[in-house]
Structure formats: C-alpha cells, structure tokens
Design a protein around this ligand. Structure first.
Ligand code: HEC
Length: 199
C-alpha cells in the first residue's frame, strides 16, 4: 500500500539537506577572508588632497600621464581607487545615470515644473543653492549646509547623504561606486535648460 512513498520522502529530505549544505559551503566561499595576505589597496604616491578640484595630480607615477586623453585618464584613475569627480565625469554615461535615477524617483521628480514629493524636485539642481527649491520643507541640517550644489558637493552627498549632511531627511544610503555617482551627476546635469559647464 505504501509502496515507495516513505523512501521518496526520505529522499526528498536528504536532497534538501544536501542542497542546504552546498549553499552554506558555496556561500562561505563568497565571503572575503578575514585577513588579507597583503594590502589589496596600494596607496598612491602623491600627497594631494583628493577633494580638491584640480584634475592632474594623481598621474605622477605614470610616465605618459600628461596627455589629454580623458577617457584613458579616467579609467586609470578609477583603478587607482581615488578618482576625482572631474575625471570621472569626463568618462561618465548619462544614459546609465538615468537608469540609476530610477532609485531616486520614488521621492524625487526630475521634471521642470514637477511636484515636490517626499523630496524636492531635482530639475536644475546642479549649481542650485542647497535647500532652496520652492515649496519644499527641508531639514535644518541641509539648509544650514548652504552654498551651491557643486559637482564635488553632489558627489559627496550622493556617496553618503547622512555623512555629508548629518541630520538630513533624505533616507538613502548613497552609491559606493564613484563611477555610478558620476553617471548620475552627468544625468542631473542634463536636466536643465542651461546646463552649467562641466568641471
Ligand atoms: C526615500 C526618499 C529619497 C530618495 C530615494 C532619494 N532622496 Fe534625495 N532627498 C530626499 C529628501 C527628503 C530630501 C530633502 C533632504 C533634507 O531636507 O535634508 C532630499 C534632497 C536631495 C537633494 C538636495 C536638494 C536641494 O534642493 O538642495 C538632492 C540633490 C537629492 N536629494 C538627490 C537625490 C538623488 C540623486 C537620489 C537618487 C540617487 C535621491 N536623492 C534619492 C529624499 C530622497
């Protein structure tokens, strides 16, 4: 009457166990080991402050660096780990930025004359004064930050909003990848009748 039924059930259980074990082993393999044998990040030999807007300092250790081919410089810079927004913008892709901007759309409208949502309208944001979009109630923290949204400030804000403006109402973790931020900022830059000059 029972036939093979109990064996089938047992088989299914064993298979599930095997699968779980494989997942655990596989999962562990994906984690970074706790201690690296050597530093994966090789510090640059230059002493410049990366947060400045000068775009030339970091290429000193490459013999051929002084040429104007921005794309190559950007690729090189991003491999070096501390690229500057000007360099990254030169190699940025506004189309990719537009896709990333979908993550903002829950809270922001990008349209001229759009409506403020949870966050203010972002049309014309590059170069605009911080915390000044009409009809939006900003956090005190952002208003006090003040000044214009320069490329560097946007980059800092979008990498970690809460770190750049402690107390901001913008609940968004930020983008870790510098090139993602540059793509997004290039897209924001396009949202204007009169886009301000790129750095
Ligand atoms: C969960 C909602 C939310 C998401 C998602 C979000 N924002 Fe915001 N954003 C806000 C709020 C709220 C503020 C106002 C912050 C304040 O007053 O402190 C803001 C403010 C800003 C400002 C400053 C505007 C000004 O007028 O000074 C910029 C720039 C901005 N957001 C960009 C973005 C971008 C780009 C994204 C997508 C990557 C994004 N935000 C995602 C809610 C959000």
């Amino acid at each position: 009457m029972f036939g093979y039924e109990p064996y089938k059930i047992l088989g299914a259980l064993l298979f599930t166990l095997l699968l779980l074990t494989m997942l655990r082993v596989g999962g562990n393999a994906m984690l970074i080991p706790e201690k690296l044998v050597e530093n994966a990040y090789v510090p640059l030999s230059v002493t410049e402050d990366y947060s400045t807007d000068e775009g030339e300092g970091e290429e000193d250790d490459e013999g051929t660096a002084q040429n104007e081919s921005e794309g190559k410089a950007a690729a090189k810079a991003s491999r070096e780990g501390a690229p500057q927004i000007a360099v990254l913008l030169a190699a940025a892709d506004a189309g990719a930025g537009k896709k990333l901007a979908k993550k903002c759309a829950a809270c922001h409208s990008f349209e001229q004359g759009g409506k403020n949502k949870i966050g203010p309208v972002l049309w014309n944001i590059v170069g605009a004064e911080k915390g000044k979009h009409e009809g939006f109630t900003y956090s005190e923290a952002l208003v006090e930050k003040g000044g214009a949204w320069t490329y560097g400030d946007l980059d800092a804000f979008l990498s970690a909003p809460k770190a750049y403006v402690p107390g901001t109402k913008m609940l968004f973790p930020g983008f870790k990848k510098p090139q993602d931020r540059a793509n997004l900022i290039l897209y924001l830059h396009s949202l204007s009748d009169k886009p301000p000059p790129l750095p």
